[in-house]
Every structure is written in structure tokens, then in C-alpha cells.
Design a protein around this ligand. Structure first.
Ligand SMILES: Cc1cc2nc3c(=O)[nH]c(=O)nc-3n(C[C@H](O)[C@H](O)[C@H](O)COP(=O)(O)OP(=O)(O)OC[C@H]3O[C@@H](n4cnc5c(N)ncnc54)[C@H](O)[C@@H]3O)c2cc1C
Length: 410
């Protein structure tokens, strides 16, 4: 690919990586449209990146060791069925991950977007219309902006997350499907953790299991990249709450009914958690918590004409897969390679689609299996020991194929 005007819709993790990919692949002009007016770095949650996948992304030049991270090595499974303050450990699994603060990871990626890409904050795209094909050759697409303006591009990259307008233009009938449960998320500074100081080893991702779900907690870098915070994610089926529509992803996030959902979580924590982990949840400030419905999605093809998708817009990796950010960054590296080595947009997009669409489907399936095993159809945790935990996990994760992300080809 040489030259061309490229639009990137969405300026989050996938969007920043896509802008970098487009510039490196030789686009003459790149414009990023990000709806959010305030800086995305203020999202305080954490995410984890598997070490081998990190190494691939570092080689591709999308991440580097200067980005603040915390080393995780073990996933420790705990139950609150004894008096032990930290819980009863019933299994330990390898967990070779780096954890990041979402905000500082985004900030580092944003800093990598080359100066000559035009990153516009507070710029929402309302709709995307592909140019009519002339013969077999698609020619580009027009973006209609929320401020009423219109702009034409040779290529439009949809990095606009699970409610993507670019995807809506490609596949009007494909929508995220509610998976039947929620993630409650929270973060707190590590210096607010209950004592004693050695109650929880720094490299451990602690998982508290309970009937109907689990909570995973791990340390992440602090919001500014300095200090350490704690990130927890609690999964369970929500109660029936009047007015709560989780099966419709066009509904706004359930802020208005959050109180009832958090009461439900509090009850489960009080009933099943060991004292230490109960306190961790209780010490989290309400403003540092959120509720995220879990959705599934994967499109049949990542490219259609001159529209192309990456990140969550193309396929959602349930958080259990530990691979959503990795998948988004991998999509960008493959898009860069495909566009760079092809004669033109169309050949590049076809190569990108052939490589990444099967990955999106595989990650979707892995998320479903892990969601069944860990939330919707959990084993009798109390009967588990080290051996049965290893066997159960191998079966749920299909021998860890894809857990933490699927290896990049070539
Ligand atoms: C709380 C949380 C924890 C996670 N934990 C992990 C983890 O541990 N490991 C992991 O690998 N992944 C994790 N993920 C997933 C990972 O963060 C995402 O998969 C990854 O960031 C890719 O997201 P994205 O950039 O495609 O979409 P998003 O981050 O959803 O970004 C989409 C962007 O597009 C913008 N936008 C949307 N519509 C428009 C429009 N019409 N016009 C302009 N802009 C628009 C939005 O404002 C947003 O900034 C987590 C996600 C969340 C939310």
C-alpha cells in the first residue's frame, strides 16, 4: 500500500494501534475519530497480557518494557469454607502474565501514534456509507460525523468497540449477544489492602471461587504508572432487576440500576468469601467500581470493500480469555503487515481477513467454554484438589490453547 486517506473510528487500544499500523503501512493521511472528549487514560481498571504474546507484540514494535507492568506467575484458587483468613487454597495453576493499568497502557499506545496522524477527541462518527461499487472495485467510504460534517476516505478502519458503527455498515444484522452474566469490576490502591502485608503474594492472581461464579484479583501498576493498585473482577449471574435490559447492547450501561446489582454482589461476598477477600471488596470505593455485561460477538469477515474491523468491533474476547487487548494489538500488527506487503488495499485487506477472522471465532469459542466452566456451570469447588483443578482447567481451556491469546502466525 502506498498513500491513501485512512480513517480510524475509535481511539482506544485498538484505535491507537490501528493508527500506528496505517502510518507504518504507508498511508498518506490518517485521521482518528474518538468520541470521548476526556482522556481515556482515566479508566482505572487493569488487564493482563500473557508473556509469550507480549514478546511477539514487542518484536512487532507495538509495546515495550518501559510500559509499567507487574509480573504475575501463579493463579491461586481459594474457597471461603474454613476459618482461614485468606481462604483455603485448593489449587494453583501457572499464570505467566504481565498486568497493566488500562489507562497507562492506553497512554503509552497513544504516545506511539505518530504526530502526523490527526487524533481528534470528542469526534463521534454517526454512520459510515461505503461508496457505491464501480464494477467490482470498491472505492472508499464516507463518514458522517455527529457535528453534521462528512468526510471521504479510501479506507475506514473500525476500532470502535462492541457497538461499532463501522460493523453496522458492514453487517447490519450482527449484534453482540448477552452471555447471561455480568462482571463487577473494582480497583483500589495497594496501600488500602487489609493486613497482614504478606497475606497475598505480589505475583499471585488470587481467584475466590463460590457457587455460581468466581472473583479474580491481581495487582496492576498505579493509575499514573507509579505505585501499585489492585484490580478485581467478580463474575456471577445478576438478579432480576426491573428495567434492566442486558440482552440489548444498544442500551446504555446499567448505571441507573447499579445499586441493586452491587447489593447482590455484596450478599454473595458476605455469604461465601474468606474474611481477607471480603475486606478487599469492601475497601473499594463505590466510584472505583463498575458493572460490565459480558457479550459475545464475531463477524464472518473482518473486511468488506474498503471497510475493515479490528479489536472488539470485530470479535469480543470474554475477559476470562485474558486476550482482548492482545487480540486487538495483534489485529493491528497483522493489518500493518498485510497492507505493507500487498499491491493495494484490496489484496491487503483480503490477506488480513483470511488470517484474523478465524482467530476471532476461536477466541469467541474459548470465552464461551471458560464462561461455562467458571460461572454458568461451575464444578463442586469444595470437592476440588490440585489434581482435579489441573484436569478441570485443561478441559475448560482445551489445554490452554488460546488462553492469553493465540500465537501470531509467521
Ligand atoms: C474493564 C476491562 C478489562 C479488560 N481486561 C482485559 C484483560 O485482562 N486482558 C485483555 O487482553 N483484555 C482485556 N480487556 C479487553 C480489552 O481492553 C479490549 O479488548 C481492548 O482494549 C480492545 O478494545 P477496543 O479498542 O477494540 O475497543 P474499546 O476499548 O471499547 O474502544 C472503542 C473506542 O471507540 C470509541 N467509539 C465508539 N464508537 C465511536 C464512534 N461512533 N465514533 C467515535 N468513536 C467511537 C469509544 O469511545 C472507545 O474509546 C478488558 C476490557 C475492559 C473494558
Amino acid at each position: 500500500m502506498r498513500g491513501g486517506r485512512v480513517a480510524v473510528v475509535g481511539g482506544s487500544i485498538a484505535g491507537c494501534a490501528a493508527a500506528l499500523a496505517a502510518v507504518r503501512a504507508g498511508a498518506a493521511e490518517v485521521v482518528v475519530y474518538e468520541r470521548a472528549a476526556r482522556r481515556l487514560q482515566d479508566r482505572g481498571v487493569g488487564l493482563a497480557v500473557q508473556q509469550d504474546r507480549y514478546a511477539e507484540l514487542e518484536r512487532a514494535g507495538y509495546v515495550d518494557a518501559a510500559m509499567p507492568w507487574v509480573r504475575l506467575t501463579r493463579r491461586v484458587w481459594l474457597l471461603g469454607d474454613t476459618d482461614a483468613r485468606g481462604g483455603r487454597e485448593f489449587g494453583v495453576l501457572p499464570f505467566p502474565f504481565r498486568s497493566y493499568n488500562w489507562g497507562s497502557l492506553w497512554r503509552e499506545l497513544r504516545a506511539r501514534v505518530p504526530e502526523r496522524a490527526d487524533y481528534r477527541s470528542g469526534a463521534a462518527v454517526e454512520s459510515v456509507t461505503p461508496d457505491p461499487d464501480r464494477g467490482d472495485v470498491p472505492r472508499g467510504a464516507v463518514l458522517r460525523l455527529a457535528d453534521g460534517g462528512e468526510e471521504r476516505f479510501d479506507l475506514v478502519i473500525g476500532a470502535d468497540g462492541y457497538r461499532s458503527v463501522v460493523r453496522a455498515a458492514m453487517y447490519p444484522d450482527v449484534a453482540p449477544q448477552y452471555a447471561g452474566y455480568l462482571a463487577w469490576r473494582g480497583s483500589l490502591p495497594a496501600d488500602r489492602l487489609p493486613g497482614p502485608r504478606d497475606a497475598w503474594a505480589e505475583q499471585d492472581a488470587a481467584t475466590v471461587a463460590f457457587p455460581g461464579g468466581h472473583m479474580i484479583a491481581y495487582r496492576i501498576p498505579g493509575p499514573s504508572g507509579r505505585g501499585t493498585s489492585v484490580n478485581w473482577v467478580f463474575y456471577a449471574v445478576p438478579p432480576d432487576v426491573p428495567g434492566l435490559r442486558l440482552d440489548d447492547p444498544t442500551m446504555p450501561p446499567p448505571r441507573t440500576v447499579a445499586a441493586e446489582l452491587f447489593e447482590h454482589q455484596e450478599k454473595l461476598v458476605a455469604a461465601h468469601f474468606p474474611p481477607y477477600w471480603r475486606e478487599v471488596v469492601q475497601r473499594t470505593r463505590a466510584e472505583d467500581t463498575l458493572v460490565q455485561p459480558i457479550f459475545d460477538l464475531a463477524v464472518p469477515h473482518y473486511a468488506k470493500g474498503r471497510l475493515v474491523l479490528l479489536g472488539d468491533a470485530a470479535a469480543i474476547a470474554r475477559p476470562h480469555t485474558g486476550g482482548g487487548a492482545v487480540k486487538a494489538l495483534q489485529d493491528a500488527t497483522v493489518l500493518e503487515r498485510a497492507l505493507r506487503s500487498a499491491d493495494g488495499f484490496d489484496a491487503g485487506l483480503a490477506a488480513y481477513d483470511a488470517e484474523r477472522a478465524p482467530i476471532g471465532r476461536a477466541v469467541l469459542e474459548l470465552g464461551r467454554r471458560l464462561g461455562r466452566a467458571q460461572v454458568l456451570s461451575v464444578p463442586d469447588w469444595a470437592a476440588m484438589d490440585q489434581r482435579s483443578t489441573e484436569e478441570w482447567w485443561r478441559a475448560a481451556s482445551e489445554g490452554e490453547r488460546g488462553f492469553g491469546g493465540i500465537a501470531l502466525g509467521r
